[in-house]
Design a binder for this molecule. Structure first.
Ligand code: SAM
Length: 271
C-alpha cells in the first residue's frame, strides 16, 4: 500500500499510527468535515445523546450529586469529550461529571488542549488530558470508570482485543463500554458507491486540503480492514462484557448502524 501498512510489523504499527496522527493533527477537524460531508458531527451528537452522560443515579444522593467519571480513549482533539460535558451540563445541570481524554499522540492532545481553552471547561478540573496507549492504561485504576468511550480510534490499535480487555478492567461493575467506529455498509449497491468515494476521493481531498495523501490513504485502508459489526460485537463479548439488548441468537443485536452501516455504535456493560 502507499503507506506500507500491509507490510509493517504489528510492533511498529503504534509508531506508524503515531506518525499519521502527528501529521494530520492540525488539519484533522477540517478534514473530518470535508471527508464525511459534516456527517461525522451528527454521528458524534447521536453517540453522546445515546449515552446520556450526567449525574449518576446509582451512586448519587440529591444532597450530594455525584457526576460520572468518563474516560474518552483516543480522544484526540476533544470532539467527544466536549460533547459529553456539554450534554451533562445542559441536559442534567450537572457540574460534577468529568472526562479524561486519553490519546497516544501528543500532537493530537495538544490540539485538544488548545481547543479546550475555547470551552467553559478549561479550568474547572472537569477535563484532563493524558498521553497513554489504550492497550496499557497503567494510569487508570481498576473498577474506577463509569463510562468508557472510544470514537474512530479502535481501528488504529495494534491489539484491539487487549484494549477492550483494558476497558473491562478500568470500568466499574455496571460501567459501559461504548464505541463509535466505521463499519460495514449493509446495502451492496451503496457499498460499491461508498468504496469508490472513499478509495478515490478521500486520499485526493487529503492531498489537496492537508497536503498529505498517504496518511489519508492509510485511514481509508484501516476502515476497510476493521471487523464487521458481528465480529466486533463478538470481540466485546469475549472480553467479558454483556451486550445490551442481545437476543437469544445474538444476531442483529448489540450494535446500531449509522448511515446504512458506514459507522456503527457498539456497547457493552461490565457485569
Ligand atoms: N476520538 C476523536 C474523534 O472522534 O474525533 C479522534 C479520533 S482519531 C481518528 C484517532 C485517534 O486515535 C488519534 O488521536 C490517535 O492518536 C489515537 N490512537 C491511535 N492509536 C492509539 C492507541 N493505541 N492508544 C490511544 N490512542 C490511539
Amino acid at each position: 500500500t502507499h503507506f506500507g501498512f500491509e507490510t509493517i510489523s504489528e510492533d511498529s504499527k503504534d509508531d506508524r499510527v503515531g506518525a499519521v496522527f502527528s501529521s494530520v493533527a492540525a488539519s484533522y477537524d477540517t478534514m473530518n468535515d470535508f471527508m464525511s460531508l459534516y456527517i461525522h458531527r451528527l454521528w458524534k451528537d447521536h453517540f453522546v445523546r445515546s449515552l446520556n452522560p450526567g449525574i449518576n443515579p446509582l451512586t448519587s444522593s440529591s444532597s450530594e450529586p455525584q457526576g460520572m467519571n468518563i474516560l474518552d480513549i483516543a480522544g484526540g482533539t476533544g470532539d467527544i469529550a466536549f460533547r459529553l460535558l456539554d450534554h451533562a451540563t445542559t441536559i442534567h445541570n450537572d457540574q460534577t461529571t468529568r472526562v479524561t481524554v486519553a490519546d497516544i499522540n501528543p500532537d493530537m492532545l495538544a490540539e485538544g488542549r488548545k481547543r479546550s481553552l475555547e470551552t467553559p471547561y478549561a479550568s474547572t478540573g472537569r477535563l484532563n488530558f493524558i498521553e497513554t496507549n489504550a492497550e496499557k492504561l497503567d494510569a487508570i485504576p481498576s473498577d474506577s470508570v463509569d463510562l468508557y468511550t472510544v470514537a474512530f480510534g479502535i481501528r488504529n490499535f495494534t491489539h484491539k482485543d487487549t484494549a477492550i480487555r483494558e476497558a473491562f478492567r478500568v470500568l466499574k461493575p455496571g460501567g459501559i463500554f461504548a464505541c463509535l467506529e466505521f463499519s460495514k455498509v449493509q446495502n451492496q449497491l451503496f457499498d460499491a458507491v461508498y468504496k469508490r468515494w472513499s478509495f478515490s476521493a478521500i486520499p485526493l481531498i487529503g492531498q489537496i486540503v492537508a497536503g498529505d495523501r498517504d496518511s489519508y490513504q492509510y485511514l481509508v485502508e484501516s476502515i476497510e480492514k476493521f471487523p464487521s459489526q458481528t465480529e466486533f460485537r463478538d470481540m466485546i463479548r469475549d472480553a467479558g462484557f454483556v451486550i445490551p439488548g442481545e437476543g437469544p441468537d445474538g444476531e442483529g443485536y448489540g450494535w446500531e448502524n449509522l448511515s446504512g452501516g458506514i459507522a456503527a455504535i457498539h456497547k457493552g456493560m461490565k457485569p
